[in-house]
Design a protein around this ligand. Structure first.
Ligand code: NAP
Length: 242
């Protein structure tokens, strides 16, 4: 692979795994981060030890201006964007009646509006090149809804709907738009769960384990290489929701 790839939220978890593996495979990866400066520098240094460079770029993708700067930087440096991976996201566990306007807006800005901003910013370049691949990291909760995560579920349902609608609109420009909807993956996002809670969840999952970041990364690689899949929400959840 020798593609120009933007990965949002690449400082930790799923995004980090995707950015690292795609860089190791010879792509030019622009790894976006927001708050985790130390973690992104650790990723850069890890790769430098293998004599591989990764571009890191600070941007709060919940903001239009920052998203625009991230894409402008990439196009200025590499002339194009082949692949956009909209991965940045946050979660919050709260009863519906306790969700404040600020919680709601923060969730929608980070998980959904970021996908709108980033995708719009890369679109003209991809349409001009008549080539592109957009991969959105959605969630199982966007498909089936989660109790005490209504705002999170709504944001991810929006991502899934955007994926399908955009796939129809951008297909004639040879731009594929797909989403991955992970179940539960071993990252900081789930660090609040006790080992007892994790054990109970695993008992509900046919494959009897939670997912690993590389379970998602492998699907990302496949979607980049594929030519004929678009508008799909790919569930990777060990069979938790069938
Ligand atoms: P994580 O370990 O908490 O990492 C989240 C990443 O998103 C971090 O790199 C963070 O960057 C970045 N991010 C958050 N807000 C941002 C912003 N405004 N601008 C730029 N980057 C931002 O979580 P994860 O589990 O890897 O989650 C990655 C994606 O997978 C999310 O969209 C999440 O909803 C989805 N997902 C996760 C699971 C799961 O079980 N883990 C399941 C389904 C879906 P900074 O720390 O630098 O701010």
């Amino acid at each position: 692979m020798d593609k120009v790839i933007i990965v949002t939220g690449a400082s930790k978890g799923i995004g980090r795994e995707i950015a690292k593996k795609l860089t190791e495979k010879g792509n030019k990866v622009i790894a976006n981060y927001n708050k985790s400066v130390q973690e992104i520098n650790e990723l850069k240094n890890e790769l430098l030890k293998e004599n591989i460079n990764i571009d890191i770029f600070h941007a709060d993708v919940s903001k239009r201006e920052d998203s625009k700067k991230l894409v402008e930087y990439t196009i200025r440096k590499y002339g194009k964007v082949d692949v956009l991976i909209n991965n940045a996201g946050i979660s919050q566990i709260k009863e519906f009646t306790q969700i404040t306007d600020e919680d709601w807006n923060n969730m929608i800005n980070t998980n959904l509006n970021s996908v709108f901003y980033m995708t719009q910013e890369v679109c003209n370049n991809m349409i001009h090149n008549k080539s592109g691949c957009i991969i959105n990291i959605s969630s199982i909760w966007g498909e089936i809804g989660a109790s005490c995560e209504v705002h999170y579920s709504v944001s991810k349902a929006g991502v899934s709907a955007m994926t399908k609608a955009l796939a129809k609109e951008l297909g004639p420009s040879n731009i594929r738009v797909n989403a991955i909807a992970p179940g539960i993956i071993d990252t900081d996002m789930n660090k609040h769960l006790t080992s007892e809670e994790l054990k109970e969840i695993c008992e509900e999952i046919p494959l009897e384990r939670i997912g690993k970041t590389n379970d998602i990364e492998k699907c990302v690689e496949w979607l980049i290489e594929d030519n004929y899949t678009t508008g799909q929400i790919i569930s990777i959840n060990g069979g938790w929701a069938i």
